[in-house]
Ligand binder design. Structure first.
Ligand code: FA5
Length: 348
């Protein structure tokens, strides 16, 4: 017994000393000290040896078990320390390296202009309303005094989603939706995306408009002029010349288009080098808004009495205003996401 315990002790100490990983160590623990481990079985076998030898054999076995436990613990601590050292060595971080810079984004020029437009109207007491991008024929055309087969529908090349549904061609249907659900006084702007089958340097198939309207007992064309002149002066500059020119929209009567003096030639039409101005093509004026007094027929569609209420409405293209403000000649630049173009607006 004495001798075989000595051999077992040597064997265990050797195996523990050469053990290279935690799972391997666990394995050894089970092999010697587990429920069916070799030392456990020897301890259980004490019952079968003569009573006079039992105390000494028991003491030797218990000492061996204690030694094995201690050795396993010590080896585990060693392996853990070695692993920690390896991690520290291999995963070393050089904290003196310069960090990588975070790319800073900036607000898109169209959002900048949209926010500026909205701000000016909020300052005049307007509130914001929104409508769906997919609109029904009734709100986009019919209730705006454009019955089916009306030639004015041709002015807005339409994307049809189905026979009765379109991608809204303008923000004017929001006028109808608000008036259907509320009573005057109303002072509303409706910003949003609109869609037309158009695509060239000054027309995009998706673009943005801001609609606005004011309805109450005695709203006149003078109110329209006052509000829009103030708006234009805030967006461009205080001394800019503004012109109201007669025009036609089926949902306003009378209707006007509003021009500002050309930014490039200063309204002269012909700049110093005597060539025709490429922005206004020599006219000296640039169109920026459509507007007018809301047609009585539109009031009837929404259940208002045109004898009791009056109002004006206007609509503008946000891309057009941004192009004029920033001197951009091709509308497609807004949608190409070329970082060299977008970066130029970082400081605004
Ligand atoms: C309208 O859409 C009317 N709903 C505006 C209106 C509202 C008039 C209320 C009266 C009362 P128009 O089709 O002219 O009008 O479009 C308005 C503006 O949208 C134009 O002046 C132009 O700046 C812009 N626009 C039109 N088509 C495009 C396009 N394809 N790409 C970019 N901008 C466009």
């Amino acid at each position: 017994m004495q001798e075989s315990l000595e051999t077992l002790r040597e064997e265990i100490l050797d195996r523990v000393a050469h053990c290279g990983s935690e799972p391997e160590l666990d394995h050894l623990r089970v092999e010697y000290l587990g429920r069916k481990g070799r030392i456990t079985l020897l301890l259980r076998g004490l019952r079968e040896i003569p009573a006079e030898e039992r105390p000494q054999a028991g003491e030797q076995l218990n000492r061996l078990r204690q030694l094995v436990e201690e050795q396993l613990e010590a080896r585990l601590a060693e392996l853990k320390a070695r692993e920690k050292e390896r991690i520290l060595r291999e995963e070393r971080v050089d904290i003196t390296l310069p960090g990588s810079r975070w790319e800073r984004g900036q607000i898109h020029p169209l959002t900048l202009v949209m926010d500026e437009i909205i701000d000016v109207f909020l300052g005049m007491g307007f509130e914001i309303a929104r409508g769906p991008d997919i609109e029904d024929d009734y709100h986009n055309f019919e209730a705006l005094n454009m019955p089916k087969d009306h030639p004015a529908r041709d002015m807005q090349d339409t994307f049809f989603v189905s026979q009765e549904r379109v991608l809204r061609t303008h923000t004017s249907p929001v006028q109808i939706r608000v008036m259907e659900s509320r009573k005057p006084p109303l002072q509303i702007i409706a910003p949003g995306a609109v869609y037309r089958h158009d695509d060239d340097a000054t027309h995009s198939p998706m673009f943005h408009q801001v609609e606005g309207f004011m309805v109450d007992g005695h709203i006149s064309f003078a109110d329209l002029k006052g509000v829009l002149t103030h708006f234009i002066r805030r967006i461009f500059r205080a001394e800019i010349k503004v012109r109201f020119r007669p025009s036609f929209f089926p949902f306003t009567e009378p209707s006007a288009e509003i021009d500002i003096e050309c930014m490039l030639c200063g309204g002269k039409g012909i700049p110093k080098d005597q060539q025709v101005c490429r922005v206004c093509r020599g006219s000296g004026w640039l169109e920026i808004l459509g507007a007018g007094m809301i047609d009585p027929q539109v009031f009837r569609f929404v259940g208002y009495d045109p004898e009791k209420v009056s109002g004006f409405a206007f609509g503008m293209g946000v891309e057009r205003i941004a192009m004029l403000k920033f001197g951009i000649e091709d509308i497609r630049l807004f949608f190409q996401n070329d970082i060299r173009f977008l970066r130029q607006f970082a400081c605004l």
